[in-house]
Write a protein that binds this ligand. Structure first.
Ligand code: PHE
Length: 406
Protein backbone atom coordinates (compact mmCIF):
# COMPACT_ATOMS: atom_id res chain seq x y z
CA UNK A 1 0.00 0.00 0.00
CA UNK A 2 2.07 2.92 -1.26
CA UNK A 3 1.62 5.96 -3.47
CA UNK A 4 -2.07 5.34 -3.83
CA UNK A 5 -1.72 1.78 -5.07
CA UNK A 6 -2.16 -1.70 -3.62
CA UNK A 7 -0.16 -4.72 -4.79
CA UNK A 8 -2.21 -7.87 -4.60
CA UNK A 9 -1.52 -11.31 -6.08
CA UNK A 10 0.85 -9.86 -8.62
CA UNK A 11 -1.41 -7.05 -9.76
CA UNK A 12 -1.47 -3.37 -8.91
CA UNK A 13 -4.69 -1.56 -8.05
CA UNK A 14 -5.17 2.19 -7.75
CA UNK A 15 -6.68 3.13 -4.43
CA UNK A 16 -9.51 5.66 -4.19
CA UNK A 17 -12.08 7.05 -1.78
CA UNK A 18 -13.69 3.65 -1.14
CA UNK A 19 -10.49 1.68 -0.48
CA UNK A 20 -10.87 0.03 2.92
CA UNK A 21 -8.64 -3.02 2.79
CA UNK A 22 -6.19 -3.20 5.67
CA UNK A 23 -2.55 -4.15 5.41
CA UNK A 24 -2.79 -6.96 7.98
CA UNK A 25 -5.20 -8.79 5.69
CA UNK A 26 -2.96 -8.72 2.63
CA UNK A 27 -0.52 -11.54 3.54
CA UNK A 28 -3.48 -13.90 4.08
CA UNK A 29 -5.18 -13.19 0.75
CA UNK A 30 -4.94 -16.05 -1.70
CA UNK A 31 -3.26 -18.48 0.72
CA UNK A 32 -6.05 -20.94 0.04
CA UNK A 33 -6.38 -23.07 3.18
CA UNK A 34 -8.92 -25.22 1.32
CA UNK A 35 -6.19 -26.40 -1.04
CA UNK A 36 -3.62 -27.33 1.61
CA UNK A 37 -3.06 -31.04 1.95
CA UNK A 38 -4.45 -32.35 5.25
CA UNK A 39 -5.90 -29.03 6.32
CA UNK A 40 -9.38 -29.62 7.84
CA UNK A 41 -10.94 -27.32 5.23
CA UNK A 42 -9.28 -29.44 2.55
CA UNK A 43 -10.67 -32.63 4.08
CA UNK A 44 -14.15 -31.13 4.07
CA UNK A 45 -13.74 -29.91 0.50
CA UNK A 46 -12.66 -33.38 -0.63
CA UNK A 47 -15.67 -34.94 1.07
CA UNK A 48 -17.99 -32.54 -0.75
CA UNK A 49 -16.27 -33.15 -4.10
CA UNK A 50 -16.36 -36.93 -3.60
CA UNK A 51 -20.07 -36.75 -2.81
CA UNK A 52 -20.87 -34.87 -6.02
CA UNK A 53 -18.56 -37.05 -8.12
CA UNK A 54 -20.23 -40.18 -6.80
CA UNK A 55 -23.82 -39.01 -7.08
CA UNK A 56 -23.81 -37.17 -10.40
CA UNK A 57 -22.42 -39.29 -13.20
CA UNK A 58 -23.22 -39.31 -16.91
CA UNK A 59 -23.87 -42.27 -19.21
CA UNK A 60 -20.13 -42.83 -19.63
CA UNK A 61 -19.90 -43.01 -15.83
CA UNK A 62 -17.89 -39.80 -15.61
CA UNK A 63 -18.56 -37.10 -13.02
CA UNK A 64 -20.83 -34.35 -14.29
CA UNK A 65 -19.54 -31.61 -11.99
CA UNK A 66 -16.30 -29.71 -12.66
CA UNK A 67 -14.43 -28.26 -9.71
CA UNK A 68 -12.88 -24.78 -9.53
CA UNK A 69 -10.77 -24.09 -6.45
CA UNK A 70 -8.18 -21.54 -7.51
CA UNK A 71 -10.07 -18.57 -8.92
CA UNK A 72 -8.63 -15.24 -7.70
CA UNK A 73 -10.64 -13.68 -4.84
CA UNK A 74 -10.31 -10.25 -6.45
CA UNK A 75 -13.54 -9.63 -8.35
CA UNK A 76 -15.37 -6.68 -9.81
CA UNK A 77 -18.34 -5.15 -8.01
CA UNK A 78 -20.26 -6.28 -11.07
CA UNK A 79 -19.34 -9.93 -10.47
CA UNK A 80 -20.06 -9.81 -6.74
CA UNK A 81 -23.30 -7.80 -6.90
CA UNK A 82 -24.77 -6.69 -10.24
CA UNK A 83 -24.42 -10.02 -12.04
CA UNK A 84 -26.48 -11.50 -9.19
CA UNK A 85 -29.20 -8.81 -9.14
CA UNK A 86 -28.12 -7.50 -5.74
CA UNK A 87 -30.08 -4.23 -5.43
CA UNK A 88 -28.21 -0.93 -5.48
CA UNK A 89 -29.22 -0.20 -1.87
CA UNK A 90 -28.66 -3.70 -0.44
CA UNK A 91 -26.81 -3.70 2.90
CA UNK A 92 -24.12 -6.04 1.61
CA UNK A 93 -22.85 -3.25 -0.68
CA UNK A 94 -22.01 -0.94 2.22
CA UNK A 95 -18.38 -0.04 2.76
CA UNK A 96 -18.77 -1.30 6.30
CA UNK A 97 -19.66 -4.81 5.09
CA UNK A 98 -17.08 -5.70 2.43
CA UNK A 99 -13.43 -5.07 1.56
CA UNK A 100 -12.98 -2.74 -1.40
CA UNK A 101 -9.73 -2.30 -3.35
CA UNK A 102 -11.29 0.65 -5.17
CA UNK A 103 -14.59 1.58 -6.83
CA UNK A 104 -14.25 -1.23 -9.37
CA UNK A 105 -12.62 -4.13 -7.50
CA UNK A 106 -13.30 -5.86 -4.21
CA UNK A 107 -12.51 -9.08 -2.38
CA UNK A 108 -15.37 -11.46 -3.16
CA UNK A 109 -17.89 -11.69 -0.34
CA UNK A 110 -19.21 -15.00 -1.66
CA UNK A 111 -18.30 -17.62 -4.23
CA UNK A 112 -21.54 -16.80 -6.07
CA UNK A 113 -19.47 -14.03 -7.72
CA UNK A 114 -18.25 -16.61 -10.22
CA UNK A 115 -21.60 -18.08 -11.24
CA UNK A 116 -22.11 -15.93 -14.35
CA UNK A 117 -18.62 -16.28 -15.76
CA UNK A 118 -18.57 -20.05 -15.38
CA UNK A 119 -22.04 -20.38 -16.92
CA UNK A 120 -20.94 -18.18 -19.80
CA UNK A 121 -18.16 -20.68 -20.61
CA UNK A 122 -20.88 -23.23 -21.29
CA UNK A 123 -20.70 -25.27 -18.07
CA UNK A 124 -23.90 -26.77 -16.72
CA UNK A 125 -22.60 -28.34 -13.50
CA UNK A 126 -19.82 -26.98 -11.33
CA UNK A 127 -18.52 -26.55 -7.81
CA UNK A 128 -16.48 -23.54 -6.71
CA UNK A 129 -14.34 -23.49 -3.57
CA UNK A 130 -12.71 -20.28 -2.44
CA UNK A 131 -11.72 -17.85 0.26
CA UNK A 132 -14.30 -15.09 0.83
CA UNK A 133 -14.01 -11.82 2.74
CA UNK A 134 -16.42 -9.94 4.97
CA UNK A 135 -16.13 -7.22 7.57
CA UNK A 136 -17.80 -8.48 10.71
CA UNK A 137 -17.70 -8.71 14.48
CA UNK A 138 -14.89 -10.50 16.30
CA UNK A 139 -15.56 -13.71 18.20
CA UNK A 140 -14.76 -17.41 18.12
CA UNK A 141 -16.82 -17.98 14.98
CA UNK A 142 -16.10 -14.83 12.93
CA UNK A 143 -12.98 -14.02 10.98
CA UNK A 144 -12.67 -11.57 8.06
CA UNK A 145 -11.59 -14.43 5.78
CA UNK A 146 -13.54 -17.64 5.54
CA UNK A 147 -14.17 -20.24 2.86
CA UNK A 148 -17.20 -21.24 0.85
CA UNK A 149 -18.35 -23.99 -1.46
CA UNK A 150 -20.75 -23.15 -4.26
CA UNK A 151 -22.65 -25.56 -6.47
CA UNK A 152 -24.63 -24.93 -9.66
CA UNK A 153 -26.61 -27.40 -11.78
CA UNK A 154 -28.41 -26.38 -14.99
CA UNK A 155 -30.80 -28.36 -17.16
CA UNK A 156 -32.39 -28.06 -20.58
CA UNK A 157 -36.05 -29.04 -20.80
CA UNK A 158 -35.90 -32.58 -22.12
CA UNK A 159 -32.97 -33.37 -19.86
CA UNK A 160 -34.86 -32.43 -16.75
CA UNK A 161 -37.96 -34.47 -17.49
CA UNK A 162 -36.23 -37.51 -18.99
CA UNK A 163 -33.94 -37.68 -15.97
CA UNK A 164 -36.99 -38.24 -13.83
CA UNK A 165 -38.50 -40.69 -16.38
CA UNK A 166 -41.35 -38.30 -16.96
CA UNK A 167 -42.87 -38.52 -20.41
CA UNK A 168 -45.51 -36.25 -21.81
CA UNK A 169 -45.61 -32.78 -23.19
CA UNK A 170 -44.04 -30.85 -20.35
CA UNK A 171 -42.25 -27.53 -20.73
CA UNK A 172 -39.80 -25.78 -18.41
CA UNK A 173 -40.86 -22.27 -19.48
CA UNK A 174 -44.16 -20.42 -19.59
CA UNK A 175 -45.32 -16.84 -19.52
CA UNK A 176 -46.85 -17.00 -16.09
CA UNK A 177 -47.08 -15.29 -12.78
CA UNK A 178 -44.52 -14.85 -10.10
CA UNK A 179 -45.63 -16.16 -6.73
CA UNK A 180 -44.12 -17.56 -3.56
CA UNK A 181 -43.29 -20.88 -5.19
CA UNK A 182 -41.95 -19.87 -8.61
CA UNK A 183 -40.66 -17.27 -11.04
CA UNK A 184 -42.91 -15.97 -13.85
CA UNK A 185 -41.03 -17.82 -16.61
CA UNK A 186 -40.87 -21.18 -14.88
CA UNK A 187 -43.50 -23.93 -15.06
CA UNK A 188 -44.50 -25.44 -11.76
CA UNK A 189 -43.60 -28.93 -13.02
CA UNK A 190 -40.02 -27.86 -13.73
CA UNK A 191 -39.66 -26.13 -10.37
CA UNK A 192 -41.05 -29.17 -8.55
CA UNK A 193 -38.42 -31.42 -10.07
CA UNK A 194 -35.59 -28.97 -9.45
CA UNK A 195 -36.67 -28.31 -5.88
CA UNK A 196 -36.86 -32.02 -5.20
CA UNK A 197 -33.44 -32.70 -6.65
CA UNK A 198 -31.85 -29.72 -4.91
CA UNK A 199 -33.28 -30.56 -1.51
CA UNK A 200 -32.56 -34.27 -1.64
CA UNK A 201 -29.02 -33.64 -2.91
CA UNK A 202 -28.26 -31.29 -0.03
CA UNK A 203 -29.99 -33.34 2.66
CA UNK A 204 -27.98 -36.34 1.54
CA UNK A 205 -24.83 -34.23 1.68
CA UNK A 206 -25.68 -33.42 5.31
CA UNK A 207 -26.18 -37.14 6.03
CA UNK A 208 -22.91 -37.96 4.31
CA UNK A 209 -21.01 -35.43 6.42
CA UNK A 210 -22.79 -35.70 9.77
CA UNK A 211 -24.19 -39.22 9.67
CA UNK A 212 -27.56 -40.68 8.69
CA UNK A 213 -29.18 -39.77 11.98
CA UNK A 214 -28.67 -36.02 11.82
CA UNK A 215 -31.95 -34.08 11.94
CA UNK A 216 -32.53 -31.59 9.13
CA UNK A 217 -35.13 -28.91 8.42
CA UNK A 218 -35.83 -26.49 5.56
CA UNK A 219 -36.47 -22.83 6.22
CA UNK A 220 -37.69 -20.30 3.63
CA UNK A 221 -35.03 -17.72 2.82
CA UNK A 222 -34.30 -14.78 0.55
CA UNK A 223 -31.39 -14.24 -1.83
CA UNK A 224 -31.54 -11.71 -4.69
CA UNK A 225 -30.28 -14.32 -7.19
CA UNK A 226 -32.57 -17.26 -6.39
CA UNK A 227 -36.34 -17.68 -6.14
CA UNK A 228 -37.65 -19.52 -4.32
CA UNK A 229 -34.83 -19.74 -1.76
CA UNK A 230 -34.23 -21.92 1.26
CA UNK A 231 -31.80 -22.58 4.06
CA UNK A 232 -30.99 -26.04 5.29
CA UNK A 233 -30.57 -26.35 9.04
CA UNK A 234 -29.13 -29.31 10.88
CA UNK A 235 -29.56 -30.12 14.53
CA UNK A 236 -26.24 -30.19 16.22
CA UNK A 237 -25.90 -30.82 19.94
CA UNK A 238 -29.49 -29.78 20.48
CA UNK A 239 -29.25 -26.57 18.47
CA UNK A 240 -30.41 -25.78 14.94
CA UNK A 241 -27.44 -24.67 12.87
CA UNK A 242 -27.75 -23.01 9.47
CA UNK A 243 -25.78 -25.17 7.07
CA UNK A 244 -26.30 -23.56 3.68
CA UNK A 245 -28.35 -21.28 1.45
CA UNK A 246 -29.80 -22.36 -1.87
CA UNK A 247 -32.57 -21.90 -4.39
CA UNK A 248 -33.83 -21.95 -7.96
CA UNK A 249 -31.61 -19.60 -9.95
CA UNK A 250 -33.14 -16.34 -11.15
CA UNK A 251 -33.66 -16.56 -14.92
CA UNK A 252 -32.40 -13.08 -15.77
CA UNK A 253 -28.72 -13.68 -14.86
CA UNK A 254 -28.87 -17.02 -16.69
CA UNK A 255 -30.12 -15.31 -19.83
CA UNK A 256 -27.48 -12.62 -19.40
CA UNK A 257 -24.83 -15.37 -19.25
CA UNK A 258 -26.07 -17.01 -22.45
CA UNK A 259 -27.99 -19.84 -20.77
CA UNK A 260 -31.50 -18.51 -21.22
CA UNK A 261 -32.66 -21.90 -22.50
CA UNK A 262 -31.71 -23.57 -19.21
CA UNK A 263 -33.08 -23.67 -15.71
CA UNK A 264 -31.15 -24.54 -12.58
CA UNK A 265 -30.41 -24.59 -8.91
CA UNK A 266 -27.53 -23.23 -6.83
CA UNK A 267 -26.31 -23.48 -3.27
CA UNK A 268 -23.56 -21.97 -1.15
CA UNK A 269 -22.15 -23.08 2.17
CA UNK A 270 -19.50 -21.90 4.63
CA UNK A 271 -16.74 -24.43 5.18
CA UNK A 272 -15.47 -23.25 8.59
CA UNK A 273 -18.90 -23.32 10.16
CA UNK A 274 -19.27 -26.99 9.19
CA UNK A 275 -15.67 -28.01 9.85
CA UNK A 276 -15.86 -26.56 13.37
CA UNK A 277 -18.76 -28.94 14.14
CA UNK A 278 -17.42 -31.87 12.17
CA UNK A 279 -14.03 -31.86 13.90
CA UNK A 280 -14.88 -30.10 17.20
CA UNK A 281 -12.65 -27.12 16.43
CA UNK A 282 -13.62 -24.51 19.05
CA UNK A 283 -12.26 -21.31 17.48
CA UNK A 284 -12.15 -20.12 13.87
CA UNK A 285 -8.63 -18.73 14.28
CA UNK A 286 -7.36 -22.30 14.67
CA UNK A 287 -7.76 -22.80 10.91
CA UNK A 288 -4.84 -20.43 10.43
CA UNK A 289 -2.44 -22.73 12.29
CA UNK A 290 -1.46 -24.36 9.00
CA UNK A 291 2.24 -24.08 9.90
CA UNK A 292 1.74 -25.71 13.27
CA UNK A 293 2.28 -29.45 13.31
CA UNK A 294 0.37 -29.73 16.60
CA UNK A 295 -2.70 -28.69 14.63
CA UNK A 296 -2.07 -30.12 11.17
CA UNK A 297 -0.90 -33.57 12.28
CA UNK A 298 -4.35 -34.24 13.71
CA UNK A 299 -5.84 -34.08 10.21
CA UNK A 300 -3.23 -36.23 8.53
CA UNK A 301 -5.49 -38.95 7.14
CA UNK A 302 -5.63 -40.63 3.73
CA UNK A 303 -9.39 -40.95 3.53
CA UNK A 304 -11.05 -37.53 3.97
CA UNK A 305 -14.13 -39.11 5.51
CA UNK A 306 -12.17 -40.53 8.46
CA UNK A 307 -13.82 -39.32 11.67
CA UNK A 308 -11.55 -36.88 13.55
CA UNK A 309 -12.04 -35.27 16.91
CA UNK A 310 -9.66 -32.38 17.36
CA UNK A 311 -7.92 -32.03 20.72
CA UNK A 312 -6.77 -28.54 21.53
CA UNK A 313 -3.03 -28.74 21.89
CA UNK A 314 -3.14 -26.55 24.94
CA UNK A 315 -5.25 -23.73 26.11
CA UNK A 316 -3.41 -20.61 27.24
CA UNK A 317 -5.05 -18.05 29.51
CA UNK A 318 -7.27 -15.21 28.31
CA UNK A 319 -6.48 -11.59 29.16
CA UNK A 320 -9.63 -9.50 29.39
CA UNK A 321 -9.59 -5.70 29.01
CA UNK A 322 -12.11 -2.90 28.57
CA UNK A 323 -11.91 0.14 26.37
CA UNK A 324 -14.36 3.01 26.22
CA UNK A 325 -14.43 6.09 24.07
CA UNK A 326 -16.64 8.90 22.79
CA UNK A 327 -17.77 8.33 19.21
CA UNK A 328 -17.33 10.68 16.28
CA UNK A 329 -19.67 11.25 13.34
CA UNK A 330 -19.49 8.40 10.83
CA UNK A 331 -18.14 5.94 13.39
CA UNK A 332 -18.83 2.33 12.43
CA UNK A 333 -18.37 -0.69 14.66
CA UNK A 334 -16.88 -2.69 11.81
CA UNK A 335 -14.22 0.01 11.34
CA UNK A 336 -13.24 -0.52 14.95
CA UNK A 337 -13.24 -4.33 14.63
CA UNK A 338 -11.02 -4.06 11.58
CA UNK A 339 -8.63 -1.77 13.36
CA UNK A 340 -8.47 -4.16 16.32
CA UNK A 341 -7.63 -7.04 13.97
CA UNK A 342 -5.09 -4.95 12.17
CA UNK A 343 -3.24 -3.78 15.27
CA UNK A 344 -3.81 -6.77 17.53
CA UNK A 345 -3.64 -9.54 14.95
CA UNK A 346 -4.63 -13.06 15.84
CA UNK A 347 -4.12 -12.67 19.59
CA UNK A 348 -7.48 -10.92 19.65
CA UNK A 349 -9.96 -13.65 20.45
CA UNK A 350 -13.09 -11.61 20.97
CA UNK A 351 -14.39 -8.07 20.97
CA UNK A 352 -17.78 -7.35 22.43
CA UNK A 353 -19.74 -4.11 22.66
CA UNK A 354 -20.69 -4.08 26.34
CA UNK A 355 -22.14 -0.60 26.72
CA UNK A 356 -23.69 1.94 24.39
CA UNK A 357 -24.26 5.14 26.34
CA UNK A 358 -25.70 8.53 25.40
CA UNK A 359 -24.78 11.53 27.50
CA UNK A 360 -27.78 13.91 27.21
CA UNK A 361 -25.96 17.03 28.38
CA UNK A 362 -22.86 16.51 26.30
CA UNK A 363 -25.03 15.14 23.45
CA UNK A 364 -22.44 12.46 22.79
CA UNK A 365 -22.42 8.70 22.37
CA UNK A 366 -19.90 6.49 24.02
CA UNK A 367 -19.13 2.82 23.45
CA UNK A 368 -17.47 0.41 25.79
CA UNK A 369 -15.87 -2.75 24.37
CA UNK A 370 -14.53 -5.76 26.12
CA UNK A 371 -11.48 -7.11 24.31
CA UNK A 372 -10.29 -10.62 25.06
CA UNK A 373 -6.69 -11.43 24.17
CA UNK A 374 -5.31 -14.95 23.91
CA UNK A 375 -2.30 -16.30 22.10
CA UNK A 376 -2.89 -19.73 20.57
CA UNK A 377 0.72 -20.89 20.80
CA UNK A 378 2.01 -19.47 24.08
CA UNK A 379 0.92 -17.81 27.27
CA UNK A 380 0.43 -14.11 26.66
CA UNK A 381 1.92 -12.08 29.55
CA UNK A 382 0.13 -9.15 31.16
CA UNK A 383 2.85 -6.84 29.88
CA UNK A 384 2.43 -8.04 26.31
CA UNK A 385 -1.33 -7.68 26.52
CA UNK A 386 -0.96 -4.18 28.02
CA UNK A 387 1.16 -3.07 25.10
CA UNK A 388 -1.25 -4.37 22.47
CA UNK A 389 -4.24 -2.89 24.27
CA UNK A 390 -2.55 0.48 24.47
CA UNK A 391 -1.61 0.36 20.77
CA UNK A 392 -5.22 -0.36 19.88
CA UNK A 393 -6.40 2.59 21.99
CA UNK A 394 -3.91 4.91 20.35
CA UNK A 395 -4.72 3.71 16.84
CA UNK A 396 -8.46 4.12 17.50
CA UNK A 397 -8.06 7.71 18.56
CA UNK A 398 -5.68 8.49 15.70
CA UNK A 399 -7.46 6.68 12.87
CA UNK A 400 -11.11 6.78 13.91
CA UNK A 401 -10.97 10.06 15.78
CA UNK A 402 -12.60 8.62 18.88
CA UNK A 403 -11.83 10.18 22.24
CA UNK A 404 -10.63 7.71 24.82
CA UNK A 405 -12.29 7.72 28.25
CA UNK A 406 -9.92 5.95 30.54
N1 PHE B 1 -24.00 -16.69 -1.73
C1 PHE B 1 -24.93 -16.95 -0.65
C2 PHE B 1 -24.26 -16.53 0.68
O1 PHE B 1 -23.07 -16.33 0.72
C3 PHE B 1 -25.32 -18.40 -0.57
C4 PHE B 1 -26.09 -18.89 -1.77
C5 PHE B 1 -25.43 -19.43 -2.88
C6 PHE B 1 -27.47 -18.81 -1.79
C7 PHE B 1 -26.14 -19.87 -3.97
C8 PHE B 1 -28.21 -19.26 -2.88
C9 PHE B 1 -27.53 -19.79 -3.96
O2 PHE B 1 -24.92 -16.40 1.69
Amino acid sequence: EKNGTIELLGKTYKTDHVTNIRSSLIPKIGIGLHNMKHHPLNLLKRQIVDYFYKNFINRQKNPVFSVYDSISPVVTLHQNFDSLLVPEDHVSRKLSESFYLNSEYMLRAHTSSHQSDLIRTGLNAFLVFGDVYRRDTIDSSHYPIFHQAEGVRLYRGQELFSKMNITGDYQIFENGEKNETKQPLHTKEAVMILEHELKSTLENLAFELFGKDVETQWVDAYFPFTHPSWELEIKFQGEWLEMLGCGIMEQEPLTEAGAGDQIGWAFGLGLERLAMRLYSIPDIRQFWRYNDSGFMSQFDVKDPSTPIKYKEVSSYPQRIYNMSFWLTDGYSENDFYDLVRNVGGDVVEQVRLTDDFYHPKMKRHSHCYEIVYRDMSKSLSKEEANIIHKQIGEAASKELGVENRW
